[in-house]
Design a protein around this ligand. Structure first.
Ligand SMILES: Nc1ncnc2c1ncn2[C@@H]1O[C@H](COP(=O)(O)OP(=O)(O)OP(=O)(O)O)[C@@H](O)[C@H]1O
Length: 356
């Protein structure tokens, strides 16, 4: 933890306090209740486990960020973690839960985190007053149990997580933990809700969709869509068994006329040529696809219609061993393991790309 000069420290603390005062006024009643509960636990060292169970857009991340800032402004240690890297980037100084706790990737019912008593992570955990875990619904309950065991050992306490206040946040309607080749029962059994820890968690709900409240003139459409997503997550949309076991019918405003990829692209990026250099316009639209091969199709099509000269970048494609001849270049070029870019990427100046 690098030391800060006292002037720099005072300036940062001043900025943080101004920011906290701003967000404190914005909190709605339900968010206030959560913040007060968590602050009581931190200030009195109760070590409560608190869960914010709420649907998308109700301000879970907003509330967690406010709590983290508030605890840090009091000079206490607040660790921000999330199940995924992307979710972690939304929290102030957020990192993944696995990176922060050194939790193993392959879990058993007896797993513990890879922290030794003298390393810096152990020192950090002993100093910690609160840990936030966002998108907890995506996590295997055994990862949290491993952290519980390790924190108890490090803190020398039999309280859950060694007496550190824990705040969990997630939406159980969204993606649950991934258990390959498993049944619904296996997946539910692996969730945090099935863990012995969940029984001791105090649950709070946020019900007001703050994302819609921010909408600019399209509140009705957005609120209909939010209600549709909520009903979908709760299994209230009737299934059409003729189309498939889990098939549901989408209503009219959610369906675009046309069947080709070009129709979606034209609708989403209608005035692309005039807005290529407009980051605000680009940030307001995106095409999401359920599979990587569909993502590749969309990217390929977008690249062809994007104006400018193509620059082709190829990946290194030789094997690093004497069995080189076993892996012909053509074969290596077809491989696209998770976390690696495809062999051939075509870029144009001004294109938006996401780095892995
Ligand atoms: N009290 C509030 N006042 C103003 N804006 C708010 C408030 N609460 C949340 N927001 C805004 O509403 C939007 C949704 O909030 P947030 O991302 O925290 O929701 P979420 O529950 O984490 O959503 P998701 O589950 O989709 O990640 C954000 O733009 C956030 O800044």
């Amino acid at each position: 933890f690098p030391a800060l000069s006292s002037t720099k420290h005072d300036t940062m603390r001043g900025e943080l306090e101004a920011h906290i005062a701003q967000t404190e006024c914005l909190l709605n009643d339900e968010q206030h209740v959560v913040v007060d509960k968590v602050m009581t636990s931190v200030e009195h060292g109760h070590g409560w486990m608190i869960a914010v169970d709420a649907s998308g857009g109700t301000g879970k991340t907003f509330t967690l960020s406010h709590i983290l800032n508030k605890v840090r402004a009091k000079g206490k240690v607040a660790l921000a973690t999330a199940a995924s890297g992307i979710a972690a980037t939304l929290l102030p100084k957020g990192v993944t839960f696995h990176s922060r706790t050194k939790c193993p990737l392959i879990l058993t019912d007896e797993s513990t985190c890879n922290i030794s008593v003298h390393d810096t992570t152990a020192a950090l955990i002993r100093m910690t007053n609160i840990m936030v875990v966002d998108e907890v619904s995506m996590m295997d309950g055994r990862a949290l149990e491993a952290a519980d065991r390790t924190f108890q050992w490090l803190q020398g306490s039999e309280e859950p997580f060694g007496g550190i206040t824990m705040v969990f946040s997630g939406d159980w309607r969204q993606i649950l933990t991934i258990v390959p080749h498993s049944s619904r029962i296996d997946i539910v059994g692996r969730c945090f809700k099935s863990s012995y820890l969940w029984r001791k968690v105090q649950i709070f709900r946020l019900t007001v969709n703050m994302r819609i409240m921010q909408g600019a003139g399209e509140e009705q459409d957005e609120s209909d869509f939010a209600k549709f997503l909520l009903d979908l997550g709760e299994g209230k949309i009737p299934v059409n068994p003729e189309k498939g076991e889990f098939a549901i019918e989408l209503r009219e405003p959610l369906i675009l006329p046309g069947e080709k990829l070009q129709d979606i692209v034209t609708w989403v990026y209608e005035d692309l040529h005039n807005n290529i250099t407009n980051p605000k316009w680009l940030c307001e639209r995106v095409i999401l696809c359920p599979t990587n091969s569909e993502v590749d199709q969309v990217n390929f099509y977008m690249t062809t219609i994007f104006p400018g000269e193509e620059h082709v970048c190829c990946r290194v494609n030789t094997a690093e061993s004497e069995c080189d001849h076993l892996y012909p270049t053509e074969f290596l070029n077809t491989l696209c393991p998770s976390g690696m870019p495809p062999h051939r990427i075509t870029l144009k100046v001004g294109m938006v790309i996401m780095l892995p």
